[in-house]
Design a protein. Structure first.
Length: 695
């Protein structure tokens, strides 16, 4: 009745190929076609209410309106018209950057919408309703071939599910009740068997709906870092506004004609339009890069935090290991028999819906021929369900109580009832644990008192390729800690095999939370990957909480990212993307500000040289005329935005290197580049303009 998860290697391979395809279709392809496609959206964004979210671009918009109005007053002034036109273009280019970034998610959103086709739901009570009328808590039946009508948890049964609609991954996955692989997503299809699903989200708020919102950028909110940067840009804008305003009387005194058009043009050149135009595109592109790696970030803040993460916590079962812990054998105490242990283990597991419980039932039934004895569940039994707090499960029967669970938990239970744990069991428990298995003690209490009968050996397998990737995290300066509810020895064995830096064993959900809070109190940003309901509080507390898509709804709800591939080492890529986002934003801000300051020194001498021959020495650029200097600067200022759109979307290249070195390198490249570029660019445009007669 249990189905085992497919072995990882073949489908992993397919998955990599699939991602490669997705990636190629993405960031590399940016060209005139995309710009043209984004143009209608860019024009729609000329609405000043939309522009208000970017103070710098709003100032440019206001300037464009002013110069246009003035040009109408003096229709023969070609200079005014040309400046107005280029100012409008500056705003359109800024909108274009954002529209192109958003456009890249639209195709994906369309694919997702197809998966959201309206299905009918067969409720467990026999009625049939449209999927759009489901309520939270409804139980629906899904059989082979059915499209699951909504998000939920499997309440009963095991099935293989085709999740390719959301993950793009064609290999089926196992979804089952009780364990950490219980969440199903509406729009995915059941391939075999029958499951009963308890609906956990309202129609319209499902996972696919949220994915669509995300890839379209509709759900995007400004992150705290973005808001801070916007405030800085607004302040710079005010400073330059004042600078330009004071320039007017100074110019009048010097005898230069500084019209409103010239002042507005000068202002637009000086305020940080480049970064103001590209800021939101950089953020959208970062989210988009994550989506392409099958990670859904529910908040931009989490993506930024990922760039600065220094501690990574991972849970063991299902994250570092494959997560289908299965019973491999029963070991009796001296004088007992395997069959005795098997029977007690079976009794304690008859109502245990966890994968561990079910695997114990099937081992006892198949290998020990106990299948017939408990076809009918015993009358009057009180079933004790497993919980991560008690770390035990079992049953109370008339005159007999049976428990199985973590060694320390069962030892304590037997102790409370006046019994003693047999010392001879220490050897098999340690042997199982040091091999990375999980020993579960089986104990009974009856008229002979309380005692341990033996040990169940649960086996799990570390996912392939873990230690290499943890080594990579170490190189990035991130410390990995495995946390598990399992015992110390098992934890140590798995930790060594997987190559994590540290581990915490016998952890309750509260312990996981406490560990995160401690790290955070020490000023560290903490990432956590997990899949279980017992991981949910920790996932919520972590700065970056990556839930495995294979996990429970509770985990996916609590985290701020979901990895559709359920690959715990995906965090390496998440961190890289986060760092790249921060570096790209920093680099383009540096470039933008350096650029604007340089413009000041490039244009002012040209403006005043005519009336102040003394300034002629400063006029190193030898621009044709004051008008040509201003126009060249405005044109350059607008074109720089378009030129940098690909970099904003692709991101600055990231290599795992020390933060200091990255910073120095970027300051050199983008700071110096920003200083030099205006001199070269404005001169070039000035030369081109001088080819037109009359300038
Ligand atoms: N069905 C069960 N019945 C009784 N005891 C169980 C059962 N499943 C697990 N246990 C015991 O309880 C312990 C804690 O389980 P829990 O699910 O909280 O953590 P875990 O899965 O071992 O680790 P992780 O936190 O990495 O997922 C297990 O190590 C095991 O000893
Ligand atoms: K500017
Ligand atoms: Mg678990």
């Amino acid at each position: 009745m249990t189905a085992s998860a497919p072995a990882t290697p073949p489908h992993r391979r397919r998955s990599r190929a699939h991602h490669a395809a997705r990636r190629q279709a993405g960031p590399g392809s940016f060209g005139p076609a995309q710009l043209a496609a984004a143009l209608p959206d860019a024009l729609r964004k000329l609405d000043p209410r939309v522009l208000l979210s970017s103070p710098v671009i709003f100032v440019v918009w206001t300037g464009s309106v002013l110069t246009t109005v003035f040009s109408f007053a003096d229709p023969g002034d070609w200079f005014g018209w040309t400046i107005s036109a280029w100012l409008w273009l500056t705003v359109v280019f800024a909108n274009l950057a954002e529209a192109v970034a958003e456009g890249r998610g639209k195709a994906q959103a369309d694919t997702l919408r197809q998966a959201r086709t309206d299905t009918v739901a067969r409720k467990a009570d026999g009625s049939v309703v449209p999927g759009t009328e489901l309520r939270v808590g409804d139980l629906v039946v899904c059989e082979a071939g059915d499209v699951i009508p909504g998000d939920g948890d499997v309440a009963e049964g095991v099935a293989s599910v085709d999740e390719s609609a959301i993950t793009g991954e064609s290999a089926p996955v196992i979804r089952e009740s009780g364990g950490d692989r219980s969440a199903v997503t509406g729009g995915t299809r059941v391939l075999s068997d029958r499951i009963v699903v308890r609906i956990t989200t309202r129609p319209g708020e499902t996972f696919i709906d949220r994915m669509i919102g995300l890839v379209e950028g509709a759900a995007r909110q400004k992150t705290p870092n973005e808001i801070a940067l916007n405030i800085l840009l607004a302040s710079l804008t005010i400073v330059f506004l004042l600078a330009c305003a004071t320039l007017a009387p100074f110019a009048a005194y010097a005898g230069t004609r500084l019209t409103l058009v010239v002042l507005v043009a000068l202002l637009v050149c000086l305020i940080p339009t480049t970064i103001g135009a590209l800021l939101s595109a950089i953020g959208i592109a970062g989210m988009d890069r994550l989506v392409r790696r099958n990670v859904l970030a529910m908040s931009g803040r989490a993506v930024e935090a990922a760039g600065d993460v220094s501690t990574l916590l991972l849970d063991k079962t299902g994250t570092i290991t494959l997560g289908n812990r299965r019973a491999a054998g029963f070991v009796p105490v001296p004088g007992g028999t395997e069959a005795e242990v098997a029977e007690a283990a079976l009794l304690s597991s008859l109502a245990d819906e966890t994968p561990e419980g079910r695997s114990i039932v099937s081992l006892a039934e198949d290998a020990y021929g106990l299948g017939d004895r408990y076809r009918e569940r015993p009358e009057g039994a009180r079933w004790i369900a497993f919980s991560a707090q008690t770390r035990m499960s079992g049953v109370d029967l008339a005159g007999r109580r049976v428990r199985k669970g973590a060694a320390d938990a069962v030892t304590a239970w037997v102790g409370r009832l006046g019994g003693q744990v047999c010392e001879e069991l220490r050897e098999p428990v340690e042997r199982i644990a040091t091999a990375g298995g999980t020993p579960l003690l089986v104990a009974v209490e009856d008229e002979h008192g309380a005692r341990v009968l033996g040990v169940i050996h649960l086996k799990d397998v570390v996912k392939p390729g873990m230690s290499e990737r943890f080594a990579e995290l170490r190189r990035m300066g991130i410390r990995t800690i495995m946390i598990t509810g399992d015992n110390r020895m098992t934890a140590e064995a798995i930790a060594r095999e997987a190559g994590v830096d540290d581990f915490l064993a016998e952890a309750t959900p509260e312990d996981k939370m406490t560990l995160i809070k401690q790290e955070q109190a020490a000023g560290k940003l903490v990432a956590m990957t997990g899949d279980g309901t017992n991981d949910a509080p920790a996932l919520a507390q972590a700065d970056v909480g990556v839930a495995m898509n294979s996990g429970t709804s509770a985990a996916k709800e609590a985290g701020n990212m979901v990895d559709l591939d359920s690959d715990p080492t995906k965090l390496i890529e998440v961190v890289e993307i986060g760092k790249q986002l921060l570096i790209t934003r920093g680099a383009l801000t540096t470039f933008s500000v350096a650029n604007d300051v340089a413009k000041y020194f490039a244009i002012i001498p040209a403006l005043f040289a005519a009336v102040h021959p003394g300034l002629e020495k400063l006029n190193v650029m030898r621009l044709a005329s004051p008008d040509s200097a201003i126009l060249s600067a405005v044109v350059f200022n607008a074109l720089v935005i378009v030129a940098l759109v690909p970099l904003a979307l692709r991101g600055v290249a990231y290599r795992p290197a020390g933060a200091d070195r990255m910073l120095r390198r970027n300051l050199a490249v983008y700071g110096l580049g920003g200083l030099v570029a205006p001199f070269a660019g404005i001169k070039l445009i000035d030369l081109l303009l001088s080819l037109f007669p009359g300038l």
